[in-house]
Design a protein around this ligand. Sequence first.
Ligand code: SF4
Length: 456
Amino acid sequence: MCGVFGAFSASGRPVLEDVYLGLYALQHRGQESAGVSWIDHGNVHSLKGMGLVHNALDQGTLSSIPASSAIGHVRYSTFGGSLFQNAQPLAANYARGPVAIAHNGNLTNADGLMHYLENRGAIFQSTCDTETILHLMAHQAHKNPLDALMDALRRLEGAYSLAVLLEDRLVAARDPWGFRPLVLGVRDDVTYVASESCALDIVGAKLLRDVEPGEVVVIDAKGTLSLRIPMTPRKGFHCSFEYVYFARPDSVLDGRSVYQARKELGRRLALRCPCSEAELVAGMPDSGTLAALGYAEASACPFEIAVVRNRYVGRTFIQPTQRVREIGVRIKLNPNGEIFRDRDAVVVDDSIVRGTTASRVVSLIRDAGARSVHLRIASPPVRFPCYYGIDTPCSEELAAARMDLEALRREVGADSLAYLDETDLVESIGLPEEKLCTACFSGRYLEGGTCHDLEL
Ligand code: SF4
C-alpha cells in the first residue's frame, strides 16, 4: 500500500497545498506516516511526521512555501518498520543534484540490491527498499539524474509506482507489471501524478490517463515526455485487491471504476451464494458496503445500514500490530440491535484476511439479537501472501490458509460462510485475466523473479 502524490506547475505557481490535499484524499492507503518534499535553490527539503496527514504535516506551513513542484507520500509499512526514518519521501542532495522519491509497492529484489550496494560502500539511512533507488542513482554519478534514475529503474523487480522529484522535473514511473495504480491529471498549468484518481478530484484536476505499465512520464516546464523503462516489456499485472478493498470507490483505476467493480462483485456473489432465508443484507463498513448493495439488488432482499462504523478510527487491516487490530475492531464497528433483532441476516464483507474482524463482528451481531448470521465474502479466499506491496507476510497469518471452509465458518461463528470464485472476481473487475494479479487468491505469482545483472 502507500499513496503517492506529486504536482508540477509550469508557471511557477505554489503547489504544496495541493500536495497536502492530495495526501488527504489518499489517507486510506497509509496511516503510519506522511511527508512532502520540494526543491528550493538546488536543495531538496522535506517535512515528515508519524500518523495521519493532519497530525504529521501543518497545512498552514505548507501553504506558505512557494514551491512550484513537490511530491508527497502516505505510508503503510510493507518493507521496513513503522519508524520515522522510514517515513517518505526519501530525499538526498547527491553529486548530480537534489532528488526525492515517494514509492508505493515492494521491490522483490531489495535484499539483493541492498547487499550489493552495501558491499560497495553504501550506508543506508532507513530500512526501506525505496532507498536502494537513491543509492543506485548515486552510483551512476557520471550520468545526469534522469538517466541515472532510468538506469536504476531497469534494475528493480517487483512493484513500484513512483513520484520522483528532480530539479526542474517531476517524474512518474510505474513498474512493467503495473501492480499498483498511478494516474496523471491536469488543472490549468499544473500537472499531477497520484496513486488514485480520487486525489485529483480533491484539487479540481481532470484525470488525463493512467501511467502505463513500464512507462516513465517526465513533466517539466516544456510539457510531458513519455519514456519506457529500458529492456522491460510492457506487461500489465494489476492488483485485483485494489478493486476488492484498497482503492477508494470514487477512483477509476486502469480504466475501471472501483465502484462498479465492487458492486458487480456483490451482484455475482448473490447469484453464486444465495441465502433464501435472509431478511436483510448488511455490509461490513466501509469496504463491504458496495458489494452488499450489489448483493441486495441481485437478491431482491432489503439493504440495511445495520453495522455502524466509528469514522474516527482507522482501517483495522492497516494497523500494524495484532493487539491494535483487535482493539480497533472493538471500538470501530457497532451492529444496530434495532435492525438485527430477531432477523436472519446476510452480512457481506470484501475479504477475510486474518479473520479477526469477521469473528468479532459476527459475535457482535449475534449479541445485537440476530437470529442467524450468513457471511458472504466478495472475493475468493486469501490463501497466499503478497510480495507486491500488501501486508500479508506469511500464510500462517491468513485464516483461509490455516483452515478449510467449514473450520473457518466455525472459527468466525457464522451460520453459513461462502466466497466468490476467481472467475467472478476477474469478470467483475472487467480487465483481461492475463492482466490481473490474483496471486494472493490463486498462488499464481509472476514467473521469473531473478535479479538483473547488477554490474553498474
Ligand atoms: S498478490 Fe494479491 S494483494 Fe498482492 S498484488 Fe497480487 S492481487 Fe494484489
